[in-house]
Design a protein around this ligand. Sequence first.
Ligand code: NAP
Length: 248
Amino acid sequence: MTVTRLLLLGGTTEALTLAGRLAEAPGLEVISSLAGRTVAHRLPPGRVRVGGFGGVAGLKAFLAAESIGRVIDATHPFAATISRHAATACAEVGVPRLQVLRPAWQPGPGDRWIAVPDMAAAAAALPGLARTAFLAVGRQELAAFAGLKGVRLVVRMVEAPAGALPLEQSEVILARGPYGVADEAALFARYGIEAVVSKNSGGDATVAKLTAARQCGLPVVMIRRPAPPPGEPVPTIEEALSWLDRRR
Ligand code: NAP
């Protein structure tokens, strides 16, 4: 039986689940790839590589050296650079690629969302809206809030930051999801949160903060997703599995 090698770009629950579902698939060998920015608390089954490829050129070299026959990009909707690199590298070397992109969250009745295009716009929206705001973003993304005056930021992070945060007034909460709605509402009350800043990540793991914000009547500064690279993404793991089946 010929064996197809699949490169699975991960760092998400979807990628973990996919790796699990494909672990015993006949005729398929999966290599999961993680950026290595945070300490993975669960590793996917099978072969795992960690760290950047070195841009498009590095990724193309990896595809060739490992005789990769398929790429599934199941990275986070805000991981725009690796998705763009994967699209370019696969197009240039002729390896079929599929992106799994979970649906974005949509506002419902009672939601007070302020849609903004990026982190800088989210920071600009806060003065006048809130004296204390809740942020659940990565360390690199905090730079956009560095110049913000008069707003205390309560920042939830997965890992403790290496040094002081580049923020005027801040408090760090260390936690790893998923979170419940009641816990999120209690946290907002405890810290006197008046607005929530969120990336429109989609999915179930971190949606509780939005439900809690609605229940508490808090505005949400919602950061839109970056545009995905060309090609029709699929929203679910099931569709990714049938894409693979059709190409084997
Ligand atoms: P990014 O900005 O798109 O990527 C930055 C660089 O990191 C890429 O150019 C690539 O380096 C490397 N990289 C990213 N994902 C990789 C992967 N799966 N395997 C190997 N190299 C990877 O990504 P990011 O937003 O920093 O996210 C990093 C990782 O965390 C992603 O895998 C993503 O799925 C996960 N994640 C991100 C978020 C988020 O909000 N951004 C949330 C949860 C999980 P080279 O150019 O050297 O190849």
